[in-house]
Design a protein around this ligand. Structure first.
Ligand code: HEM
Ligand code: HEM
Length: 126
């Protein structure tokens, strides 16, 4: 699981940095919020989850760890795509706004599941 998180984190880093470079080159910073969240939610949070797995979570994959991975990755991909469409002016804010709210809650549940997994691993709950 640690390598899966590091790998997806690195993909987000490449995409986010590319967007940052495009913003800087075109002097159009309209996608700043998208860039910031690709770097922080996509790259930094995924890397931190990878580090949690490497350092403190059981090495064997569990059903919960698989669910947590897909909740985080699914929510993040949808949220970041939604932000790109919103800040690029490709989607009606009235339509994408409520969807972004739902995707945010999915990302929140990813963090909640990670907190549960961390707690269980450190309290010897099987
Ligand atoms: C190739 C490297 C990078 C380039 C060219 C770049 C470019 C940019 C640009 C043009 C902005 C908009 C600035 C503004 O309008 O005020 C920005 C903002 C931002 N970038 Fe980057 N960036 C890079 C790397 C990173 C990295 C590595 C991170 C974090 C891990 C990051 C996080 C952010 C954040 C959080 C903001 C929002 C700052 C704010 O709220 O004022 N960037 N970046
Ligand atoms: C469920 C996930 C998240 C939601 C819904 C969310 C929402 C928001 C919103 C509404 C803003 C203001 C954007 C604006 O200026 O119009 C913002 C800005 C910011 N958020 Fe988040 N955020 C999330 C996750 C994160 C995470 C995980 C980090 C850092 C690890 C982060 C760091 C920041 C930073 C640095 C800014 C200021 C830069 C900017 O304006 O883009 N956010 N976020």
């Amino acid at each position: 699981m640690d390598r899966k998180f590091v790998f997806t984190g690195l993909i987000y880093a490449l995409i986010g940095l590319l967007l940052g470079i495009v913003m800087a080159a075109t002097k159009n910073h309209g996608q700043m919020v998208t860039h910031a969240h690709i770097m922080l939610l996509g790259f930094v949070v995924s890397m931190i989850y990878g580090i949690f797995h490497k350092l403190w979570l059981p090495p064997a994959k569990s059903l919960l760890s698989n669910i947590q991975f897909f909740v985080h990755q699914g929510g993040t991909l949808l949220l970041l795509t939604g932000l790109f469409l919103l800040y690029g002016g490709y989607a009606d804010p009235k339509f994408i706004g409520p969807l972004l709210g739902i995707f945010s809650v999915v990302v929140f549940f990813g963090m909640l599941l990670m907190a549960v997994m961390f707690w269980r691993a450190n309290h010897q709950v099987t």
